[in-house]
Structure formats: C-alpha cells, structure tokens
Design a protein around this ligand. Structure first.
Ligand SMILES: [Fe+2]
Length: 230
C-alpha cells in the first residue's frame, strides 16, 4: 500500500478565515481513510490523454506584442513520492496578470486587463518530468472581502498524471515576497518545511540570460516531501 499522500502538517488547515471559497469547498466531516484500489491506480477514461495541449507562452497572446510586466520563465519537474519523474502529465498554469487581475468574468477588480496576456496555459511533462512556461510575474491582488487582505504574487498549477494518485492542485509563491508571511492560504499549511516547498527558487541571472527572470519549481505529487495543495 502506498504511503499516505499527505503526512500530518502538509495539508492546509481549511476552511481559511477570510477566504470565502474555502468555506464552500470544505467538507464538514473528515474524509474516510481507505487504501488505494484499482480505481485510484488508473485514470478513468484516461483524461490526461484527452486534454489538448494549450499555450506554453502566456506572455505573447498577440504575436509580436509582449504582455506588460516582468517577463519570466518558470520551469521544473513533476515527481512522484519516490522522486521519480512523472512523464506525460498534463500541467496547467493560470495566474493574474502583472496588475494582479485575472482574465476571467469572476474577477471584477479595478485593475486593468492586458489584451496581450493569455492568463492560462496547458502543456505536458517530457520524459524526465520536466515542464517550462514563459509568462509574466503576476501582481498581488486584494481578496474581495469586507476586511480585505492581499494575496502575494502566485501561480496556480493543476497536474493530471497517469492515475488519480497523480492529481494535484497547488499554488506557487515567489521567494522573498513580504506578503508571503501574511498570506492566509500559504500560512494555512502548518509545517514550515512544507510551506517552503510552495516557494520557487530564483535562478542566477547569468544562467537564464537577459530576456526574462528565471524560476525553478519542482512539484512532488504525494508522500513525505509532497508539495502542499493550494
Ligand atoms: Fe490566485
């Protein structure tokens, strides 16, 4: 039997005060634990094979017109609980633009939209579990609740691997941002080491050149060193 997907301290403590969606998405009772069976080891209908690839470059929706903001490349590997690469996994990225606004009807903030920013991408990991997106660094945004608070710049990732055991929805943060310490989503992860696994590493400028910033973020789907849900 595989080890528990998320040992104590890695799962977020939900619902998160002041974050409305976690109240509607959180079951009232604890889940019933049981061993993974054949259903969990195989993807019903092989969803990861049916999803078409999308954009790997979110920063040039209109060819020749780069999005506004700090260009960056985010890359890394998707790994299982044993540190093995997960090849062929569908990895989706969605994020706010450089002004902190999502290109989605639900975001009605006053921050400007950017017609040259795509806002979401979908690619597959290669044989070594690697992925890479080109995008812009997202802006922070205020959570639209009465006693408002700010989300730090962050990326949302969804991973569909070859089975239900390789499914994860998570968020990634930027190193050194002062809002990270105040973010109720990141701070809902009890274990400090687990929180640090949601923060990307910056690559030395000399290794990525002058076109964009470079960040590395590995995503571990399960186990002791799992990347927490977000
Ligand atoms: Fe967000």
């Amino acid at each position: 039997m595989p080890e528990a997907p998320w040992p104590p301290g890695i799962e977020p403590l939900v619902p998160v005060p002041g974050y409305p969606n976690t109240w509607t998405h959180t079951p009232a009772r604890a889940p019933i634990a049981r061993a993974a069976g054949a259903t969990e080891r195989a993807t019903p209908a092989a969803l990861h094979r049916k999803l078409p690839d999308g954009e790997a470059n979110l920063a040039e929706r209109t060819r020749g017109k780069p999005a506004i903001g700090q260009l960056m490349e985010i890359s890394g590997r998707v790994l299982d609980e044993a540190g093995r690469p997960v090849a062929g996994a569908v990895i989706e990225l969605w994020q706010a633009n450089a002004a902190g606004r999502y290109a989605h009807a639900i975001d009605t903030s006053a921050a400007p939209l950017d017609p040259n920013f795509e806002g979401h991408g979908r690619i597959r990991t290669d044989a070594d579990g690697r992925y890479a997106f080109t995008t812009v660094k997202p802006g922070a945004y205020a959570v639209p609740v009465q006693e408002t608070w700010w989300r730090p710049p962050h990326l949302h990732f969804s991973v569909f691997g070859p089975s239900c055991l390789s499914r994860l929805v998570t968020q990634m943060y930027f190193p050194g941002d002062p809002l990270n310490e105040l973010d109720r989503i990141l701070q809902s992860i009890p274990d400090a080491a687990a929180r640090s696994r949601m923060v990307a590493r910056m690559q030395p400028p000399a290794s990525v050149g002058s076109l964009h910033l470079g960040f590395v973020h590995d995503i571990v789907l399960r186990g002791r060193f799992a990347t927490p849900e977000g």
